[in-house]
Design a protein around this ligand. Structure first.
Ligand code: NAP
Length: 286
């Protein structure tokens, strides 16, 4: 392997250790810990597992967890009433509504009901708009984690040619905006992009979030590029893999993030960071 590894797991542990200290400082100042309300509707096993990992990480960082597991039969009105209660609860500094929600509930309505001041996931249109404007408050966790990963290796973002594969509202678009804000020259690609491989080969920073197992191969990568793989897929052997063909791309890239152990742990760390930052803002510590 020629490329150096961007170890998201190790970086996330450093971030979480710092946040534990910051949580303790919040407790010392206002007599309560940063608090995160987690709301999960239904029985999806993967969602239960995600929420459990997030809660464990929060507890280790001294964040108070207010856990709500609701049956799949919960109505939209009941869910909105709970969110309203959490919006008004002074012990809560962040609210996480785990997606996907059952089909009878409109995710957009629910996410917009979360107070923009407690939007730990950074999905509220107000916070998205602030990012577009270049003055973000809460930033979406996954792209925020990707930016920290690039920053951690010291290659710099300013002036770099960045290509983002994928234009979802939770990863691709906010990531492109965060790169732009840091003065990269950004191209966003999607399923209708023509000659995708040629566009990708121009990238000094190649950020991939499309949800297609091992889609990006070495012929699509510029020699020495920084490649960050957001994808989470199952390969034919059942093992977790990214959107990047790690084996071939790691021979050509300068830096590469693995799956697992790359963006995933950083996404959780950024949820914690958003919660602690929110508590610090409310405590007048920021
Ligand atoms: P999404 O909403 O499904 O969006 C996928 C994007 O990829 C779309 O913009 C789509 O283009 C584009 N795309 C699909 N096939 C393509 C192709 N062949 N060539 C070029 N572009 C293509 O996905 P998402 O929510 O952003 O997630 C992407 C991946 O990241 C998934 O594997 C997801 O599981 C993973 N993920 C991981 C984390 C983490 O914490 N590790 C967090 C979030 C997501 P169109 O817009 O034209 O359809």
């Amino acid at each position: 392997m020629a490329a150096r590894l961007i170890d998201g797991k190790a970086l996330a542990l450093q971030v979480r250790a710092r946040l534990a200290t910051e949580s303790a400082a919040v407790l010392a100042k206002i007599g309560m810990r940063p608090g995160l309300a987690t709301i999960l509707v239904g029985d999806d096993p993967a969602s239960h597992q995600y929420v459990k990992s997030k809660q464990k990480a929060c507890e280790e960082a001294g964040i108070y967890i207010d856990d709500h597991k609701l049956p799949a039969s919960t109505t939209q009105a009941e869910l909105l009433a709970l969110i309203e209660k959490k919006n008004a609860d002074p012990k809560i500094h962040g609210i996480l509504v785990q997606l996907p929600l059952p089909k009878h509930i409109e995710s957009r309505v629910v996410l917009e009901a979360v107070s923009p001041n407690k939007d730990a996931d950074g999905f509220h249109p107000y916070n998205f708009g602030r990012l577009v404007e270049g003055s973000p408050v809460f930033e979406a966790c996954t792209p925020k984690g990707v930016i920290k990963m690039i920053e951690s290796i010291g290659v710099g973002i300013e002036g770099k040619r960045a290509v983002v594969l994928g234009r979802s509202n939770i990863v691709g678009k906010p990531l492109a905006l965060m790169l732009l804000q840091r003065n990269a020259t950004v191209t966003i690609c999607h399923s209708k992009t023509k000659d995708l491989a040629a566009v990708c080969r121009e990238a000094e920073l190649l950020l991939v979030a499309i949800g297609k197992a091992k889609f990006v191969t070495a012929d699509m990568v510029r020699e020495g590029a920084v490649v960050i793989d957001v994808g989470t897929n199952r390969w034919t052997d059942g093992k977790l893999c990214g959107d990047v063909d790690f084996e071939s791309v790691s021979q050509k890239a300068g830096w590469i993030s693995p799956v697992p152990g790359g963006v995933g742990p950083m996404t959780i760390a950024m949820l914690l960071e958003n919660t602690v930052e929110s508590a610090k803002r409310m405590a007048g510590m920021l």
